[in-house]
Design a protein around this ligand. Structure first.
Ligand code: FMN
Length: 279
């Protein structure tokens, strides 16, 4: 039987849900959490099909996923596919992915974008108008159900494409400025999120769920309160913010502060234990 490994990264469960739903269609596929491998110096890739599933961050590939890709050593020449989940904005992740894989002598055979619920309430409004910085979108159950129906039919097609080793690209790269925007998007996804400052308010009960789901291990509960350790780089996955059971985690930064108690989201079929299980 052919070997298929699917490496995934997920802060709030959308990408993990997609990886699981794909595995349900392809039972021989093995799911491997990217975070569990980040301490390795080299990650060897064997087998004849390899997939990467991750969220789009700032139109690009999340920092920890890039770190993982830089460690890959291909021991075979597999069919490579990637699936990114996003909240609905321009996605150039395929360009960054192609660049990183090229350095490893590999091509990206197929690329798919699945639009799901946005896990940050203050993401960019799709129209890119000046009022975007104040834009807040609270996803409804109805929207989540509609998006889920679409991704289920997309996954049926993706399964067929992968099994037939076809080359399909659902990229946004027909955007007129795609190649110009790729460099800044790549840079931003690695650096500009460092402006985000999370903190816990008086509602915090010290339950420790934020520490548990923190994929970078930046959060430590000290004196019954979460502390974001300064010397550890945050992955900006928004898991702490979204999984807090009392919405005590808020955001203070120069542009997009968020002090409201509504607007949290994680995938309804994914638990805090599932997210923590990636470590
Ligand atoms: C730091 C950060 C940056 C994001 N940037 C984008 C973006 O550029 N475009 C977009 O459509 N969605 C963006 N999103 C939304 C996520 O891509 C989307 O909600 C994704 O499905 C979350 O996946 P996960 O639940 O597996 O973590 C961003 C989310 C975060 C946390």
């Amino acid at each position: 039987m052919s070997k298929m490994d699917i490496y995934y990264f997920s802060g709030t469960g959308n990408s993990l849900h997609v990886a699981r739903e794909l595995q349900r269609r392809i039972p021989e596929a093995k799911l491997i959490p990217i975070v569990s491998l980040l301490d390795h110096e080299i990650i060897e890739i064997h087998g004849d099909r390899v997939g990467f599933v991750f969220p789009t961050y700032l139109s690009s590939v999340p920092g920890p996923v890039k770190k993982f890709l830089r460690k890959l050593e291909f021991k075979s020449t597999p069919y490579v596919f990637a699936i990114t989940t996003r909240g609905g904005d321009l996605c150039l992740a395929n360009l960054n992915l192609e660049k990183l894989l090229k350095k490893k002598g590999q091509t990206l055979d197929s690329f798919f974008i699945l639009t799901m619920a946005r896990n940050q309430p203050t993401g960019l409004k799709p129209s890119f108008t000046p009022s975007d910085k104040d834009w807040i979108h609270r996803i409804t159950q109805d929207e989540i159900s509609k998006l889920e129906a679409i991704i289920q039919s997309q996954l049926d097609l993706i399964q067929k494409v992968i099994m037939a080793r076809e080359k399909v690209s659902e990229a946004d790269t027909s955007h007129p400025f795609a190649s110009w925007l790729m460099g800044p998007a790549d840079f931003a996804s690695e650096h500009s999120n460092t402006q985000i400052k999370y903190y816990a308010d008086q509602d915090c009960t010290g339950c420790g769920i934020c520490e548990k789901v923190c994929l970078s291990r930046k959060i430590k509960i000290i004196n019954n309160k979460p502390e974001w350790q300064k010397d550890i780089k945050c992955y900006y996955c928004y898991a702490c913010f979204n999984f807090c059971p009392v919405q005590a985690i808020l955001i203070r930064n120069s542009k997009n502060s968020y002090f409201e108690k509504s607007g949290r989201y994680f995938h309804p079929e994914i638990t805090a234990e599932d997210i923590a299980g990636q470590k």
